[in-house]
Structures are given as structure tokens and as C-alpha cells.
Design a protein around this ligand. Structure first.
Ligand SMILES: [Zn+2]
Length: 183
């Protein structure tokens, strides 16, 4: 991989305006970053680790977010994959300064403040946050803890997520993340 810069041509907002032609951050992750993520996953499958080439590829896309994501993955039990008996799945990632963030597996969305500001905000500058990337890295590296929870617990967590999802549409542009919880 050459060290090409991430293409930050979009400043997509969280607006749900279906007539907008702006690309959403999720679209970007799906169509650009995901190619790199899949490529890296294949390398890890084959080599059993994040090789130098894989790290270079990730760094070219995610920049400093990668370093913070790896720091999370390296902390024991910081990423937990939850599964219910019916097969519903969620991932929980420990934050640096706050509690635990609950994410949809392989979805580019996180309820953390940094995601709202740096990925969804008016001056968005990143493709994702450290929690989303940490969840993905932990999965491919086999570092995620596995836990089975009841359907009731799963439903309760999903409802929490829906509330988080709704909140993103009312985050003001001047919203600032707390100092200890950067991407
Ligand atoms: Zn996050």
C-alpha cells in the first residue's frame, strides 16, 4: 500500500434528508475503508497477526484513530462480543474515560461523543472512531471476549442503542468532545 492520504471530500452530516447527495460516513466505510479492512482481515487469517503491511494499510486509512483503537484492544477484556440465544449480536467496547459503548457488529456507528463530533459533525475529519475500529480489530485478531446474554438483556441493550441513534440528530455543531475521550 502506498501511503496515500485518506480522501476526506465529504462533510456528511447526520441529516436524514433523503434528497441529499452527500455520502454518509457509513457509505464511505462500506465502500472505501471496508476494502482495506477485508484485505487486512485476509492478511491476519493467513499470517496470524497484523503484519507491517497490514498496519501500513490501516494507518493510511484511519491515521491516529488506529493507534487509539489498538490501545483499547491491548487492554484485557476491553472488547466483548455479546450474543443472545436467538443469534442477535452486539459488541461492547470500553471507553478511555467513560463507561462502555454498545455497538452493532461491523456497523460504522458509535454513540460516543467523538463519533458525533469527528465523524458526523459539520467539521468531520475522521472515517470512524476508536471504538468501532477496536471492535473490528478485536474480532479479526480473536481478542474479543465472548459472552452469551439473555434475549431480555439483548432487547434492553438494543433499546438503549435506539435512544443513542436518535440523539445524534440533535447534536449541535458546536458540540465538543471531552478532553479525555478523543477518537
Ligand atoms: Zn466511539
Amino acid at each position: 500500500m502506498s501511503g496515500k492520504n485518506v480522501n476526506k471530500q465529504t462533510h456528511a452530516t447526520a441529516a436524514c434528508d433523503s434528497s441529499s447527495t452527500q455520502m454518509s460516513p457509513r457509505w464511505i466505510l462500506s465502500n472505501i475503508s471496508k476494502d482495506v479492512l477485508k484485505e487486512v482481515e485476509a492478511i491476519v487469517d493467513e499470517e496470524g497477526e497484523l503484519t507491517e503491511n497490514a498496519m501500513r494499510a490501516l494507518n493510511s486509512v484511519f491515521g491516529s484513530v488506529l493507534e487509539r483503537a489498538i490501545a483499547i484492544v491491548e487492554k484485557p477484556d476491553s472488547v466483548c462480543e455479546l450474543q443472545s440465544p436467538f443469534g442477535r449480536k452486539l459488541v461492547q467496547v470500553s471507553g478511555t474515560s467513560k463507561g462502555v459503548y454498545t455497538l452493532y457488529p461491523e456497523e460504522n456507528y458509535c454513540p460516543c461523543e467523538a463519533f458525533h463530533y469527528f465523524v458526523l459533525g459539520a467539521n468531520a475529519s475522521e472515517l470512524t472512531c476508536k471504538h468501532v475500529l477496536a471492535a473490528w480489530l478485536a474480532r479479526i485478531l480473536g481478542e474479543a471476549t465472548q459472552r452469551t446474554i439473555s434475549e431480555e438483556e439483548m432487547t434492553s441493550l438494543l433499546l438503549t442503542l435506539l435512544v443513542s441513534d436518535d440523539s445524534k440528530s440533535v447534536v449541535p455543531n458546536s458540540f465538543e468532545p471531552t478532553a479525555g475521550d478523543k477518537l
